[in-house]
Design a binder for this molecule. Structure first.
Ligand code: BG6
Length: 451
């Protein structure tokens, strides 16, 4: 059976930057069946030709490694309909134009999810349909609950894909291999041996013209509530019975239930906003002066939150989640810091404890250990045991779309996980909204707020 994609928000940044290039790749590798079609729905007064010419530009910009013929094979399949995605009549008309079992993709800002799903619930979907919802999954826990209710009115949970592309990153998948296909790590993967865990996603990029979305979201909703808590879940969860759609989301949900926000948000979180500066060689204006930003919203571009995982395995171990835009260096990694050895039989040595670095960009795993050096036989030196991981043949979005086409929800976020993640960040959001935590300035290109 051919699948038709109905992309709501078909002229948006996400569609042009990530979806179309990934779909072109899936055509190229034969994953997307020949008869599949893509109908884009958006506000612009375009026809099919105007849409195709926009799509050609986007493919040239974001899938330059694929041939023109490959681009054209996808472009030939694209159709466009102008419509309001929150209007039931427009959605009904759009759905009537596609054959087969539709995959309805909400490539929209999170503020539009609720009115769109409300309209979609009024129209209904044929059997075999699937719905894909982007991140962040709503604006808070109440919104996430309302979205889940609407989705469950439309389709069974197995037909719902809540996207988090971090789950399809090579290193993240490799954490599963490292932890559960080897004997050496799991016995020391607990509070008796691990002192702390840092989960970091620092970016040199600034707002990049995304004010319409980002100024409503901020760093906590954009990165922490979804990507960083998913990384935490993969690192901290109990071993699943199998890596499948039943066990993986269930084990992640279990561990998220155990995560507690900081007891005192004033000491357990930091929020910041960049000022003018130069990050990775590019001059950036003050965030508050970026086009489309409402300075009164006090949107943060840097968020740091330290949580605990209150269960048998992790009690007492801090997990620090940190992310920011316009920082001095790109760094996406999880650092597991082990406790010092109980007795050190080397005189005058104070070596650093072992560190395991799981780097997401580039994909690499490195274990920093202490070994005997070349000079005095009993001197210690720091050595790194490292593995550079071969990239997956599909980028993260391509891999997720392939899973989606297979109907496999192993890498999708479940309803419970989505709501639990909001429970964790909600007290932080509330304290920040009430200005209980100061919004600190940091110059673009710096290491972040000097807290
Ligand atoms: C997106 C966020 O989900 O993830 C962006 O909206 C962020 O703000 C991006 O830049 C980071 O993902 P990646 O794959 O580029 O590291």
């Amino acid at each position: 059976m051919s699948r038709s994609f109905v992309v709501l928000g078909g002229s948006g940044d996400l569609t042009g930057r990530l979806l179309l290039p990934s779909l072109a790749r899936l055509y190229d590798t034969g994953v997307l069946p020949e008869g599949s079609e893509l109908l884009a729905v958006a506000q612009e007064e375009w026809d099919d030709d105007a849409y195709r010419s926009w799509a050609r530009d986007r493919l040239a910009a974001h899938a330059g490694d694929l041939s023109r013929e490959t681009h054209e094979r996808l472009v030939d399949r694209l159709r466009y309909v102008q419509g309001d995605v929150t209007d039931a009549a427009d959605l009904r008309a759009a759905l009537a134009r596609v054959d087969g079992e539709p995959v309805v993709y909400l490539a929209l800002p999170h503020t539009l999810f609720r009115p769109t799903l409300t309209a979609l619930a009024e129209v209904g979907l044929p059997e075999g349909a699937r719905v894909v919802v982007e991140k962040p999954f709503g604006a808070d826990q109440a919104d996430a609950r309302a979205l889940n209710e609407l989705l469950h009115r439309l389709l069974p949970e197995e037909a719902v894909f809540r996207v988090d592309h971090f789950l399809a990153k090579q290193t993240v998948l490799n954490i599963l291999g490292l932890r559960f296909a080897n004997r050496v790590f799991e016995p020391i993967w607990n509070a008796a041996h691990v002192e702390r865990v840092d989960i970091v996603a620092d970016e040199t990029l600034g707002l990049e013209g995304r004010a319409g979305y980002y100024d409503q979201a901020g760093a906590l909703r954009d990165m922490v509530q979804n990507h960083l808590l998913q990384l935490l879940a993969i690192v901290a969860m109990e071993p699943p019975l199998a890596v499948d759609a039943h066990s993986l989301p269930a084990r992640k949900a279990d561990v998220l239930r155990a995560v507690q926000p900081p007891a005192d948000v004033r000491t357990g979180s930091v929020r910041g906003r960049y000022t003018a500066g130069t990050a990775a060689g590019r001059a950036l204006p003050r965030y508050a002066d970026e086009e489309g930003v409402d300075p009164a919203r006090q949107t943060e571009t840097y968020a740091e939150v330290t949580v605990t995982v209150d269960n048998w395995r992790w009690a007492g171990v801090p997990f620090r989640l940190r992310t920011g835009k316009a920082l001095g260096a790109d760094r996406q990694e999880i650092v597991v810091r082990f406790r010092p050895v109980p007795h050190l039989p080397f005189l005058d040595a104070e070596p650093e404890p072992d560190l395991l670095r799981l780097s997401l960009s580039p994909d690499a795993i490195a274990l920093e250990v202490n070994l005997n050096g070349a000079g005095d036989p009993f001197d210690l030196e720091r050595e790194v045991l490292a593995a550079r991981l071969a990239p997956h043949d599909l980028p993260a979005y391509g891999l997720l779309l392939r899973e989606l086409l297979d109907g496999d929800t192993t890498l999708s976020i479940s309803d419970v996980e989505a709501e639990e993640s909001w429970r964790i960040v909600e007290p932080v959001l509330a304290a920040w909204a009430a200005s209980e935590v100061p919004l600190l300035d940091y110059p673009a290109g710096s290491a972040g707020p000097a807290a």
